[in-house]
Design a protein around this ligand. Structure first.
Ligand code: ADP
Length: 276
């Protein structure tokens, strides 16, 4: 209602008003919750996703709550699509204050079962998506000279060697290293860079993860198992959204989310041989 919208607009939680936040993969899961959270904090949110409808649905919720939001279709794995997005932002909105490189895909399967095409998709979205977004939008932030923040979605899987996740875990550990390199490079421009490492989070990615190298029945069974595990132990995506906002506020280098993510981070850093 109008009264509710005004109450929200005038309420105390408007910490990010006047800031532009660009989010990739904002149509679902963690990206969607992050978009909603920034909308409630008064930011102008540009929701992007490979699904134009999903991105617009998120933007629509933000506007219904009285916030400011736009949507745009963008495929993070495509340099052309991301260049078009960057041109639009530069022309219409000005450099983002916060970029959340969130879009991701899940894939489970051993090295020998994973096709070249699957490898390219996982690395294309999870790693190249982060690289495209970072190089295009950090340029804008530098040119505009007012600093900014880039948040990259890594994963607890970045610390966890596993025979069933070579592509996904490799993409996420590369995101972590990329983040740390970029953080060193951009500090002098007043741009912070953070990696978020969620553990078991209840998002549609569990339902979308493909298990390769198994027949259809086994694929169903593995998916059911994963979902059961996730429903029992999972954090909800709004916890990750809160961690993203905190990482920006406090300029955190790496933020684990959920107990197993903390454990994996610890094992991966200090006892890598034990991280199995
Ligand atoms: P999670 O939130 O756990 O990362 P989801 O599967 O719920 O997982 O959300 C991932 C989002 O990323 C989806 O909205 C999906 O459409 C989006 N996405 C997947 N691939 C791409 C891509 N190539 N470009 C942009 N967005 C993508």
């Amino acid at each position: 209602s109008g009264a509710l919208q005004r109450a929200r607009l005038n309420g105390p939680r408007r910490q990010d008003s006047g800031r532009l936040v660009v989010i990739t993969g904002a149509g679902s899961g963690i990206g969607r919750e992050t978009a909603l959270a920034y909308g409630r904090r008064g930011a102008q949110v540009l929701c992007t996703d490979i699904s134009a409808e999903a991105a617009e649905a998120t933007a629509e919720v933000i506007r219904r709550e009285g916030g400011l939001a736009l949507s745009r279709k963008a495929d993070v794995s495509s340099s052309r699509s991301m260049e078009a997005l960057a041109r639009y932002v530069d022309k219409e909105l000005g450099a983002p204050d916060v970029l959340v490189n969130n879009a991701g895909v899940g894939l489970s399967g051993s090295l020998l079962d994973t096709s070249v095409k699957d490898w390219q998709q996982v690395l294309g979205v999870n790693l190249w998506g982060v690289i495209h977004g970072s190089r295009l939008f950090s340029r804008q932030m530098i040119d505009q000279g007012k600093g900014g923040h880039i948040v990259n979605l890594a994963s607890a899987a970045a610390f966890m060697p596993s025979r069933m996740l070579p592509a996904y875990a490799t993409s996420k550990s590369a995101v972590l290293m990329f983040t740390e390199c970029l953080r060193a490079e951009l500090a002098e421009h007043g741009i912070g860079v953070s990696a978020i490492c969620p553990g078991v989070i209840d998002t549609p990615i569990t339902r979308r993860t493909r298990f390769v190298g198994v027949d259809d029945d086994e694929q169903e069974r593995l998916r059911d198992n994963a979902q059961r595990l996730y429903h029992r132990r999972a954090y909800t995506p709004d916890r990750v959204a809160a961690a993203i906002i905190e990482a920006v506020e406090d300029n955190r280098a790496v933020a684990p989310v959920s107990p197993e993510a903390v454990g994996m981070q610890w094992l991966g850093r200090f006892a890598p041989g034990l991280a199995r």
